[in-house]
Every structure is written in structure tokens, then in C-alpha cells.
Ligand binder design. Structure first.
Ligand SMILES: C[S@@+](CC[C@H](N)C(=O)[O-])C[C@H]1O[C@@H](n2cnc3c(N)ncnc32)[C@H](O)[C@@H]1O
Length: 267
């Protein structure tokens, strides 16, 4: 247990409850987590021993999607539920290919936003803001989004490993609202927990997360596919996250991690 309040905590951080962002930071080897977050992480590992692999595979997917989008000329990125920067970040990946690529990070957690803001202090093309993905209008009207993103040109919207933490009924309208503002050539990348793929029962991890964070809902392939609306899924379609355009043959030999991934483009 912490004896003093860590200086990276923001004044509005709630330390009486575990935080998804801080727990995730712990899994990714970051330094912004508390005992209360690590306790949930320990229960999560007990319920789903492969959880850390799933988390790292999502970070690898983020990089593959960033490179794919930047290499097809997409220069603007909206990373929703972006987390506390750790384990490789989108702006680093895409600005390697295009130094003026624009990235806006959005997260509900104040520590995630504070850390990203600190990291991006010298980057005129990237910013972070505190926002709730279930309130798309507020995110789209925010100053960083209006200043950095031009929706008349293609944008890649990323929703990685976040929607299963959001109340189920709020997910589809929120994702639809983001799809609606995207112009042709824009892309939508989503990953989401599922019980479809691995033989391990997902009930245990769902219970741990629901108890800790109040919400955890898996999606089957059809419910996941609905999130892309009339956008066109690119190859290989909806797959377990390591199998989406893997960098090496290793993914083919990996067991399933129970997390759907898909990338779709507005025709
Ligand atoms: C599991 S982490 C995923 C981080 C990152 N997208 C990745 O894949 O590495 C989920 C993040 O979503 C954030 N989050 C949860 N609910 C949210 C909401 N309603 N709006 C915005 N962010 C949210 C959490 O604070 C956390 O940082």
C-alpha cells in the first residue's frame, strides 16, 4: 500500500476505486498504478492467465494499424480510450512515417490524459483530452479535435480494448456517431473482448472486471461486426487480434487470446 500520494496522480484521481487505465499501465510495465489497481490485475491473471498476452497483442495491433493507415495516406488519428501512454504509442508510430501526422488521444481517466499531455508538450501535431466515448458530440466539439482534425479528409478512429468497459446499450450509438462524421477513405479500427475464440471460459474475467469497474460485456462475432456499420472490412476481416496482418509467422502459431479485431474503411 502506498504511504504517500504519488506525484503523478492528478487532484481529481479517485484512489478509492481501481482504475482501468492504471491497471492496464501496470500490465504494460508502466509506473502509474496503485496497490488497488494491482490487486485487480492479480485477480484478472488468476481468472484469465493469458490476459497479459491479450494486452500486449493489442499494443502490437495498434502499431500495425497505425503503420497501415499512415502508409495508405491517412494523416489524422483519433485514439479513443487510449490509456496511459506505455508500451509504444500511436503518435510515435505514425509520425515515423509522416512527421506531421495528427493524433488526438481521448481517455476518461485523468492520469492517462495528464501523462499524454506531458509527453506531447513539444509536439504541435498531437494532443490529449479527457472525454467519454459514449459522448461523441463533446469529443468532436472539443478544442483539440477541432484544431487538429479535419473531418473533410480521411481520419483513422481507433477504439482498442475499450468498448467492453462501456455500458452495452451505449456502444452502438456512440460508434455510429463517430462513423457518421468520417469522410470516404477514413478507417475504423476496433478490438473487443469475446468468449468465442479460446476454450477458456470468459465468465471469470468478466466477473472480476465487472466487480472492479462496474461493467464488462463480451461481444460475439456478429455483435462485433455490427459496430462497423456500412464500412467495408479490409482483409482479413474479423479475426482474433494476433491474426490481424501479423508481422511474423509467430501469430499463426499462437493460441487464441479471445479478443476480436477488425479494420473497416468508409468507401
Ligand atoms: C484497457 S485500456 C486500453 C488502452 C488502449 N486503447 C490499448 O489498447 O492499449 C481501456 C482504456 O479505456 C479508458 N476508458 C474506459 N471507459 C472509457 C470511456 N467511457 N470513455 C473513454 N475512455 C474510457 C480507460 O480509462 C482505459 O485507459
Amino acid at each position: 500500500m502506498e504511504t504517500t500520494r504519488p506525484d503523478w496522480l492528478t487532484d481529481d484521481s479517485d484512489t478509492t476505486k481501481p482504475s482501468i487505465a492504471r491497471m492496464y499501465d501496470y500490465f504494460l510495465g508502466g509506473s502509474r498504478h496503485l496497490e488497488i489497481d494491482r490487486a485487480v490485475a492479480a485477480k484478472a491473471v488468476e481468472a484469465a492467465p493469458g490476459i497479459k498476452i491479450l494486452i500486449w497483442e493489442n499494443r502490437k495491433f495498434l502499431k500495425r494499424v497505425g503503420r497501415w493507415a499512415a502508409s495508405r495516406g491517412i494523416q489524422q488519428f483519433l485514439d479513443l480510450g487510449s490509456g496511459i501512454p506505455a508500451g509504444g504509442n500511436l503518435h510515435t508510430v505514425v509520425q515515423q512515417l509522416n512527421p506531421s501526422a495528427r493524433v488526438v488521444y481521448v481517455d476518461i481517466d485523468p492520469v492517462a490524459v495528464a501523462r499524454a499531455t506531458e509527453l506531447l508538450a513539444d509536439d504541435p501535431y498531437a494532443a490529449a483530452l479527457q472525454g467519454d466515448v459514449t459522448e461523441p458530440a463533446a469529443i468532436l466539439a472539443s478544442a483539440p479535435v477541432r484544431e487538429l482534425i479535419d473531418f473533410d479528409r480521411p481520419v483513422a478512429v481507433l477504439l482498442l480494448n475499450v468498448l467492453h468497459f462501456v455500458p452495452y446499450a451505449a456502444v452502438e450509438p456512440a460508434v455510429a456517431a463517430f462513423r457518421e462524421v468520417l469522410s470516404p477513405g477514413s478507417a475504423l479500427a476496433i478490438t473487443h473482448g469475446t468468449g468465442d475464440l479460446a476454450s477458456t471460459d470468459p465468465t471469470g474475467i468478466s466477473k472480476v472486471y465487472a466487480e472492479a469497474f462496474g461493467q464488462m460485456t463480451m461481444r460475439d462475432e456478429s455483435a462485433f461486426g455490427t459496430l462497423f456499420g456500412d464500412f467495408e472490412l479490409i482483409e482479413p476481416g474479423i479475426v482474433d487480434v494476433p491474426q490481424w496482418r501479423p508481422d511474423s509467422g509467430l501469430a499463426a502459431r499462437m493460441g487464441p487470446v479471445n479478443c476480436y479485431a477488425g479494420v473497416a474503411v468508409r468507401p
